[in-house]
Design a protein around this ligand. Sequence first.
Ligand code: EPZ
Length: 430
Amino acid sequence: MGLPYFEIHGGNRLRGRTRVSGAKNAALPIMAAALLCEGEVILRDVPRVSDVHFLAELLAKLGLEVEWRADGSLRLCVRDEMNCKAEYDIVRKMRASICVLGPLLAKRRQAQVSMPGGCAIGDRPIDIHLRAFKSLGAEIELVSGDIIARAKRLRGREMFLGGPFGSTVLGTGNAMMAATLAEGTTVIEMAACEPEVVDLANFLNRCGASITGQGTPRIVVEGVRQLRGCEHTIIPDRIEAGTLMVAAAITNGEVTLDNCRLDHLMAFVDRLSAIGVNVEKGKDNGVVVSSARRLEPVDVTTQPFPGFPTDLQAQIMSLLCLADGNSVITEKIFPDRFMHVAELARMGAQLRKEGSTVIVEGVKRLVGAPVMASDLRASAALVLAGLAARGVTKVNRIYHLDRGYVKFEERLKALGADIERKIGEDSGGD
Ligand code: EPZ
């Protein structure tokens, strides 16, 4: 059985208009939060990517009725609370399943979730998640690869969620969800400030929770007796928006993005502007992206929000491969998140990795080659490089890309890219 791959003939300049999808990383914890609610939850703008389908499958196994409605919205409603076990075969496919832990613990007083394994961007510990649950009074044990959490009644407490890399996005979400039904007040110090955490807090408040401070490092949650269902529209995906901005810039095209929140992309747009990419609000609320032919080298360091997002590090590296000079990219969140480096080098990029820093020596052009996708954002970076490269690029294992991008090749094709999804033999690799 062949595997899907992209065949890209580089050189076309992208032009036109496209709408940014709803954010996968906001939709996932918000879908999990439906476990807390009595009554129906209707979510609009949920991106139909494989990560969302995996989580929907898991939530159905946990007793939720999950229905995609004709208008594209997603309806979730708790039908029974018997099963509290998230099986390994789903968790290993999608690490974000860990965000069912908090809701299950708060609503059903118990949860059994397989310990998520590592992935291509590094190991993915959850010690801070477990610290949060213990702060709220849960008992946690690890039994043959499963986390088993129990609590008679969670009690609000002060907790500190800082770790060696700053805070934790899903850890903050898990702590916040668990605290909504805890007794008393919970204070989360060193909370993650990402827009996806804010969207989750806003959703929970709409369901009757009492959360303040979202978007700042100090979040306060007043426990309530129960949460009802509600309707909510997922925020735009800032990472998809950033990826599309690079697609416009790397092909020296001009693309307008609808449903794009520039206030979620300040650090990224700051770097794009320094490179020589124009990003401006159009008259009709679209964001217009175009670039000068000559790209300036810049230095990039990934940081927690509002710093430069780690999820756009690979994509900006593809762009900087074509800058006129040397750039330095430092990864502070996932120090091993460089699976795209060797593949970009196959396309003629001049990259030198030193620990969690990569020196990018700009080259005149990239040359198409068969390359291997490894994780969601590295895959996107390889597609972006292929759009600009001379000749044909074959990106294998694009199931990684389908996890987080909605119909990516169709949208790029609509903007003028020469890209096809094909089925073929998986050449090389482990
Ligand atoms: C979320 O992952 C995103 N995923 C990631 O996006 C994103 O890269 C990451 O946040 C950072 O912004 C989703 O939202 C589904 P973290 P998360 O906990 O929450 C360490 C993508 O491409 N850490 O903020 O799992 C951890 O190892 C994905 O869409 C601990 O040490 O990331 C990392 O170094 C990839 N202990 C750092 O903190 C913990 O208990 C940040 O991780 C938890 C995390």
